[in-house]
Design a protein around this ligand. Structure first.
Ligand code: ATP
Ligand code: MG
Length: 381
């Protein structure tokens, strides 16, 4: 079996494989790029496994004139940016002992040992630079069946790294078969081990939750997490019951998945801290959540927030109340987004200045909004 894709044949990626091959080492694509190529899905980042020691990878890259960055040198990862794309090269490893996420690492020559320390069978797929697939653990069968299955004993794998609980739900949301549901043995192991989530760094939890929430349809995975008490453990106060209606409305309106919009629907306490949201993400979430409480008319949402954010507010609100926005509501949103407040600060100066000017402008704006944007400059002044 062979995979193909622009990313494999691209000279910049070939160059990275070539520096390893030229040194007499293996270069094997692994993880998401192989899995997604087999599914015909988009490939985001490129992970490469090699039997070269990380120091040797650094050395070979430098000699080839590429800039290696020791992004995770402790666990054997060197990132080489080539053609603007990061290629994460990780030396074959076998985790000999693990305490939570801190694996005691040995670098090895053995692809089977390397495969066995990964999380799910569908993530333990490899491909040579010519695209031929290497499947040491039977991951292709699980991928074809869209079955997210832990490699070997789920309970043990979760004890090695509790993030795998969240990764289980994330990969199910993206690649699992929603009809056959989650693997019961794996789900039971996740439930039993959920106390371990508390020890994870917020960065890792945040990154995983963002990816889960950006899935085309995260509703079934989130429902399972809520049923298991895991959603509560990650985001106290969150409620995913309206996620399925939101996803339905998104697809009806051709609206792309968006993690922050979906977070706004989930609610919960201290979300920005718990998921280590960026400033911009936090601001947007805060804006959406405030707007949900305020319950302003669609036209005003359009005027204040524009079509994009205004539309997000309408969708989340509709999902929460269980009633789709009408075509008139969408028209109102557009009308508001196009409206331009006719009074300028200069119209009130020099009579007013400073805070008084600001207050007067806001009062006039409120009157204008309340009029449905009908009052003109003369009416207002
Ligand atoms: P994507 O990049 O699309 O999010 P991915 O499968 O490439 O998906 P990464 O997080 O980039 O996921 O990890 C690359 C590979 O490394 C995974 O496919 C898996 O084999 C392994 N891996 C990553 N994180 C873990 C983990 N916490 N436990 C075990 N294996 C892991
Ligand atoms: Mg990846």
């Amino acid at each position: 079996m062979k995979i193909t894709g622009d990313w494999i044949t691209r000279p910049e990626t070939r160059a990275v494989c070539d520096i390893l091959s030229a040194g007499g080492y293996q270069a094997l694509f692994v993880g998401g790029c192989v899995r997604n190529a087999l599914l015909g899905a988009a490939v985001a980042d490129i992970d490469i496994a090699t039997d070269a020691h990380p120091d040797r990878v650094m050395d070979l890259a430098v000699r080839a004139g590429l800039k290696p960055v020791p992004t995770g040198i402790d666990h054997g990862t060197v990132t080489v940016v080539s053609g603007g794309l990061p290629h994460e090269i990780t030396s074959f490893r076998a985790d000999i002992e693990t305490f939570g996420r801190h694996a005691q690492v040995v670098f090895g020559q053995d692809i089977v040992a390397d495969a066995r320390r990964r999380d799910f069978t569908m993530n333990a797929l490899y491909a040579r630079p010519d695209g031929s697939v290497v499947d040491p653990l039977g991951g292709i069968a699980d991928l074809r069946a869209r079955r997210v299955r832990f490699i070997e004993d789920p309970a043990r794998r979760i004890r090695e790294d509790y993030l795998r609980i969240l990764r289980f739900f994330r990969f199910h949301a993206w690649y699992g078969d929603p009809r056959s549901g989650l693997d019961p043995e794996a789900l039971a192991a996740c439930v039993a081990a959920q106390d371990g989530l508390a020890g994870l760094s917020r960065e890792r939890v945040g990154a995983e939750m963002r990816k889960l929430l950006a899935a085309p349809d995260p509703a079934p995975a989130l429902a399972a997490m809520q049923g298991a008490g895991i959603l509560q453990a990650v985001l106290p106060g969150a409620d995913a019951r309206a996620m399925a209606p939101l996803v339905h409305l998104e697809s009806e309106t051709d609206t792309a998945p968006d993690a922050i919009r979906r977070l706004a629907l989930l609610g919960g306490e201290a979300v920005a801290e718990r998921l280590r949201l960026s400033r911009a993400e936090d601001r947007r979430l805060d804006m959406l959540r405030k707007a949900l409480v305020e319950d302003r008319p669609a036209a005003e949402l359009g005027y204040r927030h524009g079509i994009g954010d205004g539309g997000d507010i309408l969708l989340v609100r509709a999902a929460l109340v269980g009633e789709a926005p009408t075509p008139e509501t969408w028209q109102e949103l557009q009308r508001g987004a196009a409206a331009v407040f006719p009074v300028k600060p200069a119209d009130l100066m020099p009579g007013l200045a400073g805070p008084a000017l600001g207050a007067r402008l806001r009062a006039l704006e409120a009157r204008w909004i309340a009029s449905g944007f009908m009052l003109g400059r003369e009416d207002l002044l």
